[in-house]
Design a protein around this ligand. Structure first.
Ligand code: HEC
Length: 303
């Protein structure tokens, strides 16, 4: 009897759990929550964040290499859902904005533990995958080598990309991208497949040019990577953070080229960056600068 009462009380408290425990409480066939009473107490990394039409934030929290869990947050809690933040949070499962279950974040339960945290590599997919992406639901994927349809984002009429075989995929993006120029040329789109109105779409977290890997190799060749990592601060700032600062600055690319030519100090702290003029050909400088600025989408898509 005593044991029973103890278990009941424990059941009402937040119990430390994993994303996998919360996912196990969702019916894989229907996407509906089987358990809406347990308070899950999670430690997780944010992979994707988007603002819905009603102002609420929909995010995925992503265990390394495994399916993530959709969460919905509002107000001050929502502001903490910055992609790559590691955080602890509590919440209960409920029907989400697209029908399937999400974890509704308990107000005031979010604590940020760190930023720029990696959550593992992405599964490469193509347009055909989205005919039925159920096997990849909640996984962080890379839709490889697509081009955007149209010149500018028109969120209300739908955002679409096309792969090399002509297969179209619809993207879910925040209204914040509306009216911006779409990224030019072949892109890899990173994000999580989600089912919306019966069809599979990609909830987008990052756009990077298909030349990104080759450009990283250039950055290695010119020793940039001894001081910079795209996603983490080393001696110099993370390229992601540089891109955040310049996300709305259309002169960013020429400013980055100027920094490579002349070096600089004081913008990110007292440590100086040495000049690279005559060590890096102008065309390579431009390619590297454009790649660095490409990380602005991490932030624009999360606005
Ligand atoms: C010896 C270390 C070091 C190397 C090598 C280095 N950087 Fe930097 N970089 C820094 C530091 C430190 C800063 C911050 C400077 C500041 O506060 O103004 C910086 C800043 C930057 C910025 C931000 C500029 C801005 O306007 O905010 C860019 C872009 C950049 N580096 C690109 C590069 C590229 C590309 C290379 C290779 C060609 C490179 N860096 C090589 C240390 C380095």
């Amino acid at each position: 009897m005593l044991l029973c009462a103890g278990a009941l009380i424990l059941g009402q408290q937040a119990k430390s759990s994993t994303v996998a425990d919360a996912l196990a409480a969702i019916d894989p066939a229907t996407g509906a929550a089987k358990d809406t009473t347990t308070v899950f107490d999670l430690d997780a990394i944010v992979s994707v964040r988007t603002t819905l039409a009603d102002g609420k934030v929909l995010a995925f929290i992503q265990p390394v290499g495994k399916p993530g869990l959709a969460v919905v947050a509002t107000g001050a809690d929502a502001a903490k859902f910055v992609p790559r933040n590691e955080m602890t949070l509590k919440g209960q499962l409920a029907a989400g904005p697209f029908g399937w279950a999400v974890l509704n974040v308990q107000a005031g339960s979010v604590n940020v533990e760190g930023d720029n945290k990696p959550f593992g590599s992405s599964t490469p997919v193509n347009g055909a995958t989205f005919a039925d992406a159920s096997a990849l639901a909640g996984k962080f994927v890379q839709l490889t080598n697509v081009t955007f349809e149209g010149d500018k984002f028109a969120v209300k009429s739908g955002v679409k990309v096309k792969d090399a075989n002509g297969a179209e995929v619809s993207l879910v993006v925040s209204a914040s991208v509306d009216g911006r120029d779409v990224p030019a040329g072949g892109q890899n789109v990173y994000g999580v497949p989600v089912k919306v109105d019966g069809g599979w779409k990609l909830l987008a977290a990052r756009f990077l040019p298909v030349t990104g890997k080759a450009t990283l190799t250039l950055a290695e060749k010119y020793t940039c990577t001894t001081c910079h990592n795209p996603d983490a601060k080393v001696v110099g700032p993370a390229y992601r953070d540089v891109a955040q600062k310049y996300r709305n600055d259309n002169d960013a690319v020429s400013k980055f080229v100027a920094q490579m030519d002349a070096g600089g100090t004081g913008k990110w702290g007292p440590v100086p960056m040495p000049p690279f003029k005559d060590k890096v050909p102008a065309a390579d400088e431009k390619q590297i600068a454009e790649w660095i600025w490409g990380y602005r989408w991490d932030w624009i898509l999360a606005e």
